[in-house]
Design a protein around this ligand. Structure first.
Ligand code: HEC
Ligand code: HEC
Ligand code: HEC
Length: 189
């Protein structure tokens, strides 16, 4: 598929306009500024009120995360931090339970012109319980769930966590769509 055709078929991926949408100019590259687009867009979102008297007491995100490994969008890479032992989340409030880790990748092939999706159980079950995903939103049976990107962007399926507590979907297609289709060279961009 050529680029204009791809762009129009993915038109639904545009961020919704609204009060909290970043101003369009924050998405334009600034000469000399190497900050990735995603980071600039989020930093420009008016989530906090600088007029609040306690604004200055909040911990600065750059300072709080400066020892963390970063991903391509310059947000903390939580998987790397976990795998490198930089963070050690508790299994429960008491911390006495052990996590049930499942090392099973699921390859999802209903991806149109995009590379296939690899869902890694291991990365998830290092800190999530099976019951976070089974039986809802996913039946524990490969291929039983029909997922569209529009649903994910609306906060369903993978989007229950991604874009919310896990990495940003909009700027990280290749982190999920990581398996080249056999008859294609790679992602279309
Ligand atoms: C959090 C993981 C994740 C991210 C990030 C992600 N996707 Fe997907 N995508 C999926 C899953 C899961 C499916 C469904 C695969 C299946 O059912 O076989 C899918 C399906 C698709 C499909 C085919 C279905 C449809 O809705 O048309 C397209 C096209 C697609 N993704 C494009 C993208 C693009 C472009 C991006 C980046 C802007 C992106 N995806 C980012 C997980 C992701
Ligand atoms: C973050 C979400 C998530 C968590 C947590 C999770 N799973 Fe899954 N699991 C999935 C998804 C997504 C699929 C694929 C569903 C589909 O293709 O429709 C799946 C599929 C499965 C399958 C089907 C495999 C097959 O070959 O058909 C089994 C079995 C399974 N999970 C067991 C578990 C167990 C046991 C745990 C806990 C140790 C667990 N899952 C934790 C998301 C999760
Ligand atoms: C219940 C919450 C939840 C759901 C549902 C969920 N994820 Fe995740 N996912 C996480 C968390 C938490 C992380 C780790 C934090 C991060 O990387 O931002 C993660 C990380 C990942 C990673 C990075 C793995 C690595 O080792 O670097 C991929 C890929 C991924 N998820 C794909 C998916 C796909 C595809 C789906 C839907 C089929 C999905 N996730 C559904 C919570 C979830």
């Amino acid at each position: 598929m050529d680029r204009p055709a791809l762009a129009s078929s993915l038109a639904f991926l545009r961020p919704a306009a609204g009060q909290n949408a970043p101003p369009a100019e924050s998405l334009e590259p600034v000469p000399g500024d190497s900050t990735p687009q995603a980071r600039r867009a989020i930093d420009a979102s008016p989530l906090l009120d600088p007029g609040n008297p306690d604004y200055g007491r909040l911990q600065n995100i750059g300072e709080a995360t400066r020892h963390m490994p970063y991903d391509a969008n310059r947000f903390p890479d939580w998987m790397k931090a976990l795998n490198q032992g930089l963070i050690k989340p508790r299994s429960s409030l008491s911390g006495n339970e052990t996590m049930e880790v499942l090392d099973l990748d699921i390859i999802m092939r209903n991806t149109k012109e995009m590379p296939y999706v690899r869902f890694p159980h291991k990365s998830h079950t290092l800190w999530l319980a099976c019951s976070n995903c089974h039986p809802a939103p996913f039946k524990p049976q490969t291929g039983s769930t029909s997922i569209r990107m529009a649903d994910i962007f609306r906060g369903q399926y993978c989007g229950m966590c991604h874009d919310r507590v896990a990495f940003i979907t909009f700027f990280s297609c290749q982190r999920c769509h990581s398996v080249p289709q056999p008859d294609r060279a790679g992602p279309p961009h």
